[in-house]
Design a protein around this ligand. Sequence first.
Ligand SMILES: [Fe+2]
Length: 364
Amino acid sequence: MMRHGINLKIAGTATAAGSAASGGALRAWIAAVAVLVLVVGALMPIGTASAAEVNVYSYRQPFLIKPLFDAFTRQTGVKVNVVFAPKGMVERIKREGRNSPADLILTVDIGRLHEAVQAGILQGVQTERLTGNVPAPYRHPEGLWYALTLRTRVAYASKERVQPGELKRYEDLATPHWKGRICMRSSQHVYNVGLLASMIAHHGEAAAEEWARGLLANQARKPQGNDRAQVRAVKEGECDLALGNHYYMGKMLQDKEQATWADAVRMVFPNQADRGAHINVSGAGVARYAPHKAQAVRLLEFLTDDLAQRMYAEQNFEYPVKAGVPWSGLLESWGKFTADDLPLVDVARNRALAIRIFDRVGFP
Ligand SMILES: [Fe+2]
């Protein structure tokens, strides 16, 4: 079926200001807003900000989220307490049960959001702002979670050994043309599980298993390392093509050594003539026993609004989930693309089967 990435296409084209928004202009704009918020805050009577607070449990690193929460506090007077929990967050909140101080849970990948759903640690919230800001494919139908940013899984193709147009679709990755030419991280990593889950949703179990088998047969080496390590392997000539999340291009460009890896590859957004590139997300949901539920909803809404969307997406080179929010200059430079609008709940639903398929075909 022909599907178009409604959201990303709109996001990339909607505003004239967007295309003009270079990183510098954006920073100046954010600074101006911050000053305005500070001035307004200073004029408010002391005491309005009294005891209001909200507790966020975050899988994301503090440097990514602190500027956002500072902006929220300036705007609302609500203090944000952050618990950074890169591992075992779901188990911890489950263990804390009804006494959990968690109000808002912030994480990455539909797999981890789905885990939180299954653990019963989230509650559904629906507001006009949330459903207006976050397109339906990228939020839970009952409001258990909302995507905040979008990321896509791209191919990083050697500039030297892969011709432009040589790879067009994820499906091609399993054809003999790529025999011994592909590098990727472990199949069991959430990013690869998500991709296979989307293949199941689009093609059914049998075809997805065939694809996994073909992809395994095309590996240049045993899967190892993270997404960026695959790009390094392309640079070093171990393989011609790597699979990785798109934002790693931005991260590599920020690092002197890794920038040379990035320079060796071209990003390929797959399936541009049909359903669009596979989409995954970072997202958040209100905790089931949130002691400060009203503030949690307020913060969640804030994170889906324009200011936070620009700041948050730019921090990690991700795409804003809200349509019409301008992209950073770097994202603009990578070009617009068609995004798969397969509902992420369909990806979530197929995750367990995807893991079994990777096991079945013996994919490390
Ligand atoms: Fe990542």
